[in-house]
Write a protein that binds this ligand. Structure first.
Ligand code: SF4
Length: 496
């Protein structure tokens, strides 16, 4: 009879504002929660970092639950990260895990939650000389604006992507595409983006920890320095072997004979003329347009940045080396009877100097830093008096980490954190369709300090009650401090 048939009821997930109804055996809209026989289950395993007597080893990225031998002493001070911890919503509920353990005679507590970040984005550093776009150019993915080009740094282009304006301030599609791009970037997946407008578009593929692809070409080297710095670094490779050297750079092109370096090493004037704006002796700005050619300019023929040599100073047979800031492009020229540079075979010694520049360049890589604000909702899961948590962080009584990785907390108000996604466990990030990014965050402090700031003391559990055979274990990363180490805290420094 129909009345005997039991239809499994859907259960309601209350981990985020979407409040999905999930049928048995199905998953929620974010792929993070499922209905397993009527139980709401967080699908990714809770991740614990093992710190075994401060042994420094890389993350065991592929460690599996079955590798767990059930011996918690294996890691003598396991750190419970928020990766896989889940979320509590609405704000007043305590964080999913509030975990205590004694560390070197001090009772410590870590408040663990996967924060839902509506105010978040990534800062991307792309090590390349090549011009990928002008400052303020819009960055698009699938035709949707997700951010913009920021001020360049030394040898790197910078992007600011995401943020609440793109997640919530544009169209629904813009928010969805932005959230998806942020999620993939933070989980170290490649994302292709188009920088600029129709008349100057560049395709850039960014993947954390990998070289960028600029217009389909993989970048190899980060510049050794600007053109002027390169002149200052390598003059002894050149003096006595060539009459003049030009290091071509979109920002500061250097000329050996005019540069202070050349003066100090008694390099004679050559009558060379550089197009562009002279800054100080031997340093020129704007010798060409930005581009993907020599030294981040748009030129492929370096002679285009030269004017006629001064006939009162230059001489037939004068030798000239032109080289880029990565040493990847170089050319050797000899002035003919009309004082016009003619290409010639580069002497081995000068070729070696270009190779030395290239050797001193670091590999080009993309860096992705997650940046987010731990707002009211997240802080309320830690304490009933959220502003005290902010003060505690500023007072160095509370250490903030993301997936166990040390985060930089910005000065000023709020708890605005920034963290390198390469320092975090793999698969640390998720999303909810509001749209917002889900990122792990942990607050660690003394139990006594937790009580002082109005923490949810009744919710504290011993670490042994948290770990289970299903827990994902990874090792402490050697670049990262142990979040529970006393040197992180003001009280330890005051004690000396
Ligand atoms: S989107 Fe995910 S976290 Fe939000 S209610 Fe649905 S299943 Fe739960």
């Amino acid at each position: 009879m129909a009345a005997d048939r039991v239809t499994p009821a859907k259960i309601r997930c209350d981990a985020c504002p979407v409040m999905c109804f999930i049928a048995d055996g199905k998953i929620g809209a974010c792929d993070r929660y499922a209905n397993h026989g009527g139980d709401l289950v967080r699908l990714d395993a809770l991740t614990i970092i093992e710190n075994t007597s401060h042994k420094l080893v890389p993350f065991l990225k592929d460690s599996k639950p079955e590798d767990w031998d059930g011996n918690i002493v294996q890691g003598d001070r396991p750190f419970v990260t928020a990766v896989g911890a889940g979320t509590t919503y609405p704000d007043y509920k305590p964080a999913p895990f509030i975990v205590s353990q004694e560390i070197d005679g001090v009772d410590m507590v870590t408040v663990v939650t996967e924060g839902i970040f509506s105010y978040c984005g990534v800062k991307v550093k792309i090590d390349t000389d090549r011009h990928i776009g002008h400052e303020r150019d819009v960055v698009r993915v699938n035709g949707e604006p997700i951010g913009h080009v920021m001020t360049s740094e030394y040898g790197s282009k910078m992007l600011s992507l995401g943020g609440v304006e793109h997640l919530t301030g544009g169209t629904k599609k813009e928010g969805r595409v932005t959230c998806d791009a942020l999620l993939r970037l933070c989980n170290r997946e490649p994302v292709e983006m188009i920088v600029g407008e129709e008349d100057h578009q560049t395709s850039v593929v960014v993947e954390a920890g990998k070289p960028p692809l600029v217009n389909g070409v993989e970048e190899k080297l980060m510049r050794v320095g600007c053109g002027s710095a390169t002149i200052g670094m390598f003059p002894k490779q050149w003096v006595g072997h060539v009459d003049d050297v030009v290091v071509v750079d979109d920002h500061i092109t250097g000329v050996l004979s005019e540069h202070q370096t050349g003066k100090e090493l008694n390099v004679a004037p050559t009558g060379i003329k550089i197009k562009g704006r002279r800054s100080t002796p031997g340093r020129y700005f704007q010798v060409a347009q930005p581009g993907t050619g020599w030294g981040g300019t748009d030129i492929e023929d370096p002679l285009t940045i030269l004017g006629p040599f001064n006939p009162k100073i230059a001489w037939e047979g004068l030798t000239l080396l032109m080289v880029s800031t990565t040493g990847e492009q170089y050319g050797y020229f000899v002035l003919d009877g009309d004082l016009v540079p003619q290409p010639a075979e580069i002497p081995a010694r000068l070729k070696a100097s270009a190779d030395l520049i290239a050797e001193n360049c670091e590999p080009s890589v993309c860096s992705v830093l997650f940046m987010g604000g731990a707002g009211g909702s997240l802080r309320a899961g830690v304490t009933e008096n959220p502003v005290r948590l902010t003060r505690s962080v500023k007072d160095s009584l509370t250490f903030v980490s993301c997936g166990g990785a040390e985060s930089y907390v910005w000065p000023g108000g709020g708890i605005t954190v920034m963290v390198d996604v390469m320092d975090m466990p793999t698969g640390s990030f998720g999303y909810v369709p509001t749209p917002a990014l889900v990122a792990p965050i942990e607050f660690t402090m003394r139990v006594a300090d937790y009580g002082t700031l109005g923490g949810h003391m009744d919710e504290i559990k011993k670490v042994a009650a948290i770990v289970s055979p299903e827990t994902r274990k990874i090792a402490q990363r050697d670049s990262q401090p142990d979040p529970m180490d006393r040197t992180n805290y003001r009280w330890a420094k005051e004690r000396g």
